[in-house]
Write a protein that binds this ligand. Structure first.
Ligand SMILES: Cc1ncc(COP(=O)(O)O)c(C=O)c1O
Length: 429
């Protein structure tokens, strides 16, 4: 008998079908949601550059390319992924604070533009004979913002970007190094933003344009704004995003920059999670429940086959993800209980319901049986992209719903693959 279809009001697929076809845990992305998010940004007079660190599966990169979205890349590996997905080298901006040797080689081969986040990178570009590449400068505006201290992207406690007060010196350095196409400014707004903060960043960009003009010697052709487009992880609670206001603020900043430098300046926005997060969910299997303690102090645990190696955000940031339980056999789930939801890893923090400081929290959920399924919502960004093999786990399978059909876009990694590059020296045999 075919498995019963477990219906969800929000999911565009059956978790039971996902589990039976691909096993668990499996990430599933909805092509229609990815397209809808892309289309909500394009056609507003800005280049949309997807920060692929959020989700660098090549199927996702190919879908976004078809929507007219270009990409960034933090490593040679991400350049490779973008090109494999059909992006043109000129459309892939290598953006980093550290220029490693793999990246030097990739830039030699493909000639991608660079977004430099450290003064040393400019000298290293010149040393590598890459003075001709188009360069933007990632500035640290001196203040930051983020949904957690760990993602704060500005101020002295952030390693990111060139300190804003060093801009003129760095432009002078670029001239003396012979960098011929230093052409733009980038600032990261911080992930999950508010408008007071956004205006602050826009003003910092305008101030940087003044410093650029004062330094002379390089044409400012583009300003680029990273992040700053949050998604509502807590449905019905998080403030809805006002995209019109976001673009109005940046268009106005761009116009001010144009007036300062006396030429047309292109606007680029660089979201990651906004494009990918809501399109993805992680389907896991419930493997058991257990109770620690007795009486009023007792804590009920719901144990699933996904761990922080598959989805790190709760363990890393105390991030919240909406959870939903589905009966594998389609029966009605009538009872509820408060559960701490935990995974299989040998780490106490392998918990999907925890707060900022790692304090475990309970969540009211239907009482499942082993074999039922738990879906972790809004996991399309910083999910599979951050997955690891910790505890000898296999990298998770990924699937995509395209026109109502499920397609595998990454097979679950075979266990043997883990040993492929390891060697036991003869002396130890
Ligand atoms: C340079 C750059 N741009 C864009 C982003 C995207 O941020 P988010 O995924 O929050 O939109 C990041 C994230 O860290 C980043 O480092």
């Amino acid at each position: 008998m075919p498995p019963a279809l477990a219906e969800s009001s929000t999911l565009p697929y059956s978790p039971v079908e996902v589990a039976s076809r691909f096993g668990t845990p499996t990430y599933v992305y909805d092509a229609a949601t990815l397209r809808a998010r892309a289309r909500s940004l394009t056609g507003r007079g800005a280049t949309i550059r997807y920060a692929q660190k959020a989700n660098n599966n090549t199927a996702v990169l190919a879908l976004l390319r078809a929507e007219g979205v270009v990409v960034d890349a933090v490593t040679a590996g991400e350049i490779h992924r973008a090109l494999a997905a059909g992006h043109e080298p000129a459309d892939v901006v290598y953006t980093a604070d550290v220029f490693d040797r793999d990246a030097v080689e990739a830039l030699h081969r493909h000639g991608c533009p660079v977004n430099a986040g450290s003064p040393n990178m400019l000298a290293q570009l010149a040393d590598a004979g890459l003075e001709h590449l188009p360069v933007t400068l990632r500035l640290n505006p001196g203040f930051g913002h983020g949904h957690s201290r760990k993602v704060n992207t500005g101020g002295t406690s952030s390693k990111h970007g060139i300190w804003h007060e060093q801009l003129e010196a760095v432009l002078t350095q670029a001239t003396s190094l012979g960098l011929s196409r230093v052409r733009g400014l980038h600032m990261h707004i911080g992930s999950g933003s508010d408008f007071a903060h956004l205006h602050h960043v826009c003003d910092a960009m305008v101030a940087a344009a003044e410093a650029w003009k004062a330094a002379g010697g390089h044409e400012l052709e583009v300003i680029s704004a990273g992040g700053g487009l949050p998604i509502p992880y807590r449905k019905g609670e998080d403030e809805p995003l006002d995209l019109d206001r976001f673009f109005e603020a940046w268009t106005e900043a761009r116009d001010r920059v144009c007036a300062i430098v006396g030429r047309e300046v292109e606007l680029e926005v660089e979201p990651g999670r906004y494009l990918a997060a809501e399109a993805g969910s992680l389907v896991a299997e419930v493997r058991g429940t257990k109770t620690q303690g007795e009486g009023d102090d007792a804590v009920d645990y719901l144990l699933i086959d996904a761990g922080f190696n598959d989805l790190l955000r709760p363990a890393m940031y105390g991030a919240y993800h909406h959870l939903e339980v589905f009966a594998a056999d389609g029966r009605e789930l009538t009872r509820e209980r408060d559960y701490v939801v935990a995974g299989p890893l040998c780490e106490s923090c392998d918990v999907f319901t925890q707060g900022d400081e790692g304090v475990v929290q309970s969540r009211r959920l239907p009482v499942p049986e082993p074999g039922d399924l738990l879906v972790i919502h809004d996991a399309g960004a910083y999910g599979a992209a951050m997955a690891s093999r910790y505890n000898g786990r296999r990298l998770t399978a990924e699937a995509m719903v395209i026109d109502g059909e499920l397609h595998e876009i990454r097979a679950r990694e075979p266990i043997d693959e883990q040993l492929r590059y390891e060697h036991i020296p003869d002396q130890l045999q």
